[in-house]
Design a protein around this ligand. Structure first.
Ligand SMILES: [Zn+2]
Length: 125
């Protein structure tokens, strides 16, 4: 019996890292709200979005054709992004995700304001 070699590396959620070049493309498409092509062919579906300790986000995707999972790390909010969110809150407006754009409101989770699509923390109450 030949043992099937599995090139897929496992992360905490059984998810593998994407090649750096693909990560960049996927990030751009993801922020634009576009469909995401899978490195295995077909498309990726968002399974889970989480916020890390440092305020950065991680999106876990599942490939619809291979069922492999991939994790896409999203950088923590920049000073400019935090400032923009803070200013809109100070102006009495509902804060929106600076990356996902208008219509994607930040959600308050405890003391944090987080985008439910990218998992990034943009402000604290
Ligand atoms: Zn977002």
């Amino acid at each position: 019996m030949a043992k099937r070699s599995d090139k897929h590396t496992s992360g905490p959620l059984g998810s593998g890292a994407l090649p750096a070049k693909e990560e960049e493309t996927l990030r751009r498409l993801y922020y634009a709200g576009a469909q995401l092509p899978s490195p295995m062919g077909g498309f990726l579906e968002v399974l889970h979005v989480q916020t890390e300790e440092d305020g950065s986000g991680v999106v876990i995707f599942e490939c619809l054709s291979s069922s492999l999972r991939f994790r896409l790390p999203l950088k923590a909010a920049t000073r400019t992004e935090r400032k923009a969110v803070r200013e809109s809150m100070d102006a009495g407006m509902e804060p929106e995700c600076p990356r996902h754009g208008e219509g994607r409101r930040l959600q308050r989770v405890g003391r944090n304001f987080i985008c439910s699509a990218c998992g990034v923390r943009y402000a604290r109450a």
